[in-house]
Design a binder for this molecule. Structure first.
Ligand code: MN
Ligand code: MN
Length: 310
């Protein structure tokens, strides 16, 4: 989506399917972020140059926004007892603009965009893009709020040392190195690929343990870990099982169900939530928009969790 040709506003007369390619949940499009009165600003990052496997997450923002059309009709989203727009004003700033083949322009422009959002007191909801895009986002969130407690859903820890400068498997290694996180308050859920356990900076509830614990036990561990620190949620859609999220670059079987993930995010209401990203949605590998719909719905649940505390 190009911000210059995607202007739309919420319009009761607009058919829901007309939201295709436009804003998340048909919320107003915003260009003047600093002067916006929104509580939350949505941004898309159509960037997948940092993928180690299959690319395609550049179409994630468009896929998630399109799938969100299916969620607009609900006034008070089940099982919440209020409608989101009664409590929370949300605007969509469109996609970060950058030069293809020049990843640093994405980093610079994304940081400028997130800085405009957080420095004017708003919260961020970012759609990737591959997972690398969370690093520039967290830099600016941490610049505003100080180090954050990371709640990270993923099949992979993304804490690998080495790799390339732009790498979707190393970003949390760099986030720790850059002092962006309260490592002792950060936790990873759904991991089911090898990682170096010795010296690992975060608590891990791997997918097998999470599924044995159940969502309530997992939520309890998350709450204990993050305490009262500002919480940033990074949701790699491959944290879900490929049955629930096939449309992603590096799927790994035996993951979380969408029901599990929704209940955990719903249960995070009341925590000091300051932002979220949903990354690695790659619609070209998807079936029936399952993955895009999962990404859109997880993000919407985050917004409800934010609104519940207002
Ligand atoms: Mn992953
Ligand atoms: Mn990841």
């Amino acid at each position: 989506m190009n911000p210059t040709d995607s202007v739309t506003t919420a319009n009761a007369d607009m058919p829901l399917y007309a939201n295709l390619g436009m804003t998340f949940m048909q919320c107003p499009y915003v260009t003047d972020i600093a002067n916006s009165k929104a509580d939350v600003i949505v941004a898309g990052v159509p960037f997948d140059m940092a993928t180690s496997g299959r690319p395609g997450a550049r179409f994630g923002p468009a896929g998630v926004r399109a799938a969100s059309a299916n969620l607009i009709w609900e006034g008070a989203r089940w099982p919440w007892d209020f409608a989101l727009d009664e409590r929370l004003k949300i605007e969509d700033a469109g996609n970060v603009v950058f030069k293809h083949g020049e990843p640093q322009t994405m980093v610079d422009n994304l940081q400028a965009m997130i800085k405009a959002i957080v420095s004017s007191g708003k919260k961020t909801l970012v759609f990737g893009g591959d997972h690398f895009i969370a690093l520039p986002v967290i830099r600016e969130v941490a610049a505003q709020h100080g180090p954050v407690a990371l709640v990270h859903f993923d099949a992979h820890t993304d804490t690998y040392d080495g790799g390339s400068k732009y790498d979707h498997g190393t970003l949390f290694h760099h986030a720790v190195q850059e002092g962006l996180l309260h490592s002792d308050n950060s936790i990873q859920v759904g991991i089911r690929t090898a990682y170096e356990k010795e010296g690992h900076p975060f608590e891990v509830i791997d997918a097998a343990e999470a599924n044995d614990l159940g969502w309530a036990g997992t939520l309890e561990r998350i709450k204990q870990r993050v305490g009262d620190k500002p919480v940033y949620i990074s949701f790699d859609i491959d944290g879900l099982d490929p049955a629930f999220a096939p449309g992603t670059g590096t799927p790994v079987i035996a993951g979380l169900t969408s029901d599990f993930a929704l209940k955990v995010i719903r249960g995070m209401q009341g925590l000091n939530l300051i932002g979220m990203d949903v990354v690695e949605v790659a619609p070209a590998y998807d079936h029936a928009d399952i993955t895009s719909l999962a990404g859109a719905t997880l993000a919407l649940e985050f917004l409800y969790s934010l609104a519940a505390s207002k």
